[in-house]
Write a protein that binds this ligand. Sequence first.
Ligand SMILES: [Zn+2]
Length: 242
Amino acid sequence: MKSLTRVILSILVVGLVIINAPRIYAEDAPKQQPTDEKIVYLTFDDGPTRGVTDDIMDQLKKHDVKGTFFVVGKEIQDKEAVLKRMHEEGHGIGLHTYSHNYKKVYSSPDMFIKEMEETQTKINEVLGEDVKINYIRFPGGSAGRLNQDFYNLIKSKGYTIFDWNVNLEDGVNPNASVYELVENAKKARDKINTKIVLAHCNLNNKNTVKALDGIIEYYKSQGYTFDKITNDTPEYYYQFKK
Ligand SMILES: [Zn+2]
């Protein structure tokens, strides 16, 4: 009888420990649901470009990894084949405005939306099919630009926003060494298990291409699964002031 009591007590204690187990929530990114699964999204902004975007896709193919390209509408002209390849090889294609001109893009929330819609139209023209893309990225990120009204407008259009929690810093510093870029890829701004890595595929991002081996190997060694962003991926954006 005594041992039965002990068994019941043990079960109760274990149960309480499980219920009270600490869960890690990001302080500054409460909008991303916490998940136990380690997922990394490699995202590349500002393409398509000649050379670099293809080189990145070659690297991704070599590692059997899908990436996500946030494309700029005006860059698609004369690089239609690069966009088609992204689509054919199954990468995510997100919207990153048409002009990438901050002054124009951020002149009004309506202009911002218009730029996303123009890019969507251009993509469909080139791909020759009606691909509805919901996921968008703010040039320079949403911090200091997003507010409640703007957010509501974006939601009314059905878009999901993707900022990042890992930054290669290859946009501000494209000439950073391969070593520095790989080290930057290991630093996250929060503790959630979903990592969204910001990288670029501008013409001057040659070292980003070279850093991919090290970045992919690092995330594999840490037990991450690589995934691409889709219309169903939970959005991730920085908390804004109401
Ligand atoms: Zn950009």
